[in-house]
Design a protein around this ligand. Structure first.
Ligand code: BG6
Length: 292
């Protein structure tokens, strides 16, 4: 039974036992299991009924990351993190199903987004989100097509929440020597010289122009099981986020203690808008590979 579908979500189940679950709301991946373990964090307090963006898994951020900093930006009136994560996507079916991999596709066009957002960003576009599952990898690709007659600019980001047994044991390698914008200290620019990132306080950083495409994320699973490699595909920036104690308490859809069990490592293109000409397609994504 490679896929199961109901009104709210699709589950893909690979012959190895790995699986992935995708809600139509936001085309949000909410679960990825492999090697018998859940790899993604989903808050126990997350809404899953379409009234709020899903808190966990892999929400898709498009066409605006955070709130636009320039009031004149064409995405200035859109909500934080844009419209893709709060729109209901169409299921476009499974198009590869063999012993190696299962691939499913989801689509969103401007005619499907809520009317108020469409008014604020009246662009003609088509998004295709492609989810590919193997025994030990999860690949996500986002295609953006400009269906209008004028160019438009956008941000895109895969807001990936990893499940971790103990945040104090997490380390992320591959971002050393890269400048980041520290949102916690009023957007100061900092050069990261540490060999690996560890998290022991509120962390909200945008690593800019990350030239390395592959990082190692050690999620501190006992015995080293659960280390990941993250490969970015055509996404130049990477956000690292953990709300820590104070912010966790202020979020209604996040448990007070859950900051200990998650970290977000979010590849995207967010420090500059991608400019997409009419009739053109842009593609970006990530491949997550677990060391089983
Ligand atoms: C991260 C941002 O990507 O998302 C943070 O860098 C933000 O600043 C976090 O707090 C969560 O955002 P939201 O809109 O899902 O609460």
């Amino acid at each position: 039974m490679p896929s199961q579908i109901n009104d709210e979500k699709v589950s893909l189940i690979h012959s190895s036992g790995s699986s992935v679950e995708v809600y139509f709301f936001g085309a949000t991946i909410t679960s990825w299991k492999c090697g018998g373990k859940e790899r993604l964090f989903l808050s126990k307090d997350s809404k899953l009924d379409g009234t709020k963006a899903i808190r966990g898994g892999i929400p898709l951020i498009f066409p605006q990351f955070a709130k636009a900093s320039e009031p004149s930006a064409e995405t200035a009136n859109l909500p934080q993190h844009g419209i893709a994560r709060v729109s209901t996507w169409k299921w476009l079916g499974v198009n590869v199903d063999n012993d190696e991999e299962l691939t499913a596709r989801f689509g969103l066009t401007d005619s499907q987004v809520p009317e108020n957002f469409h008014k604020e960003w009246p662009k003609k576009f088509e998004l295709i989100f492609i989810v590919t599952l193997t025994a030990d990898t999860l690949k996500n690709t986002l295609e953006v097509r400009n269906k209008g007659t004028e160019p438009f600019g956008f941000n895109a980001l895969l807001h990936t929440y990893y499940s971790v047994p103990d945040i104090s044991k997490v380390s992320i390698k591959g971002l050393n020597d890269i400048t980041y914008i520290d949102k916690v200290t009023n957007f100061t620019r900092v050069q990261d010289v540490k060999d690996s990132i560890t998290i022991d306080q509120e962390t909200d950083r945008i690593y800019e122009n990350v030239t390395r495409d592959e990082f190692l994320i050690d999620l501190g699973q006992p015995g080293g099981v659960g280390n990941f490699t993250l490969k970015k595909l055509n996404l130049k920036d990477t956000v690292v986020w953990n709300p820590w104690i104070g912010k966790a308490r202020s979020m209604s859809d996040f448990g007070d203690e859950e900051y200990k069990n998650m970290v977000c490592v979010e590849p995207g293109t967010v420090t500059e808008y991608v400019k997409l000409e009419a009739d053109k397609t842009w593609e970006g994504g990530q491949i997550l590979k677990v060391q089983l």
